[in-house]
Design a protein around this ligand. Sequence first.
Ligand SMILES: [Mn+2]
Length: 335
Amino acid sequence: MNLISLLKSSFHPVILGHRNADPDAVCAMIAVADICRKLNPKSIPKLACDDVSRLSMQVLNRFAPSAEILETIEDDHDLVILVDTNSLLQLGPSLKDVVLNPERTLVIDHHEPNPELDNIAKHAVVRSDRYSACEILVSLYDEVELEIGADIANLLLTGMLFDTRRFLYADADTLIAATRLVHNGADYHACISSLAIKPNRSERIARLKAAGRLQVHNIDNWIIVTSRIKAFEASACRGLIGLGADVAIVSGSPSNGEVRLSSRSTTEFYEKTGVNLGSDVMEPLGELIEGKGGGHPNAAGANGRILGDKAVSRAVQLIRNAIKRGPSSEDDESS
Ligand SMILES: [Mn+2]
């Protein structure tokens, strides 16, 4: 059965996106629903995600205010379409146990195919060389011989902008697809601005205070900055990286008398020094400050009971030691 007959034959398709659905997922899902309705005017597509990201909500409010995205589904569907994921686990707790008939399941995705894909779906449009699900949707409209209307064009362009990080990751085909969407009525500037999130006032003030109380540590030509605020320390770290730091460590002081440390580093810092903020810095620091710590190579944190300034200088010391040890420290990491 080809794609057109599969979609034409469905009256109750359910279109599923991954958990914490990002703009690429929700925009592509709405486009899939549009295709279903146009190929079979009697089709009543339902959309569902375990949850939808805050940024996606903002995009939906701007371009598809009437779109309804459910959190769970009933088993009354005659076709399941997975969008922007090809793994059931990625659907999240509320949807991962969806009842599937592989003959009546279609996957539209741009991630690497997972080994169980064949068991899930007999129909798949999985193109891991594409930079977003929305980009795949542009060519799907051609495949099913439908025009892309202006409303859908705005959604697809926004999804592409998000997943490509404003076309940082793209090739000629991506740009051609984007141009086509603009020709079809997408408002490029509106799409860009729909993705801009301005932090709330207290968060912005916290970031600015963190910048005002900054201390700069020069270690082997890397710029390590530290600061302290009451709250929003993760956001402050991101702000300080944006100002030009290679590593930012900010301590916050929640009302329970504990100290909370957040840290961020640039990809370049991790790649060149091998210093993993999670395993090299925040994990050992968590013990030193009588608490717990951990995280990822470029983003990690710790909570504990020892005073903020002391904890911060310990963190700098750990980074200094790790830089001196050099990139070989990668060997003893499991993640
Ligand atoms: Mn995606």
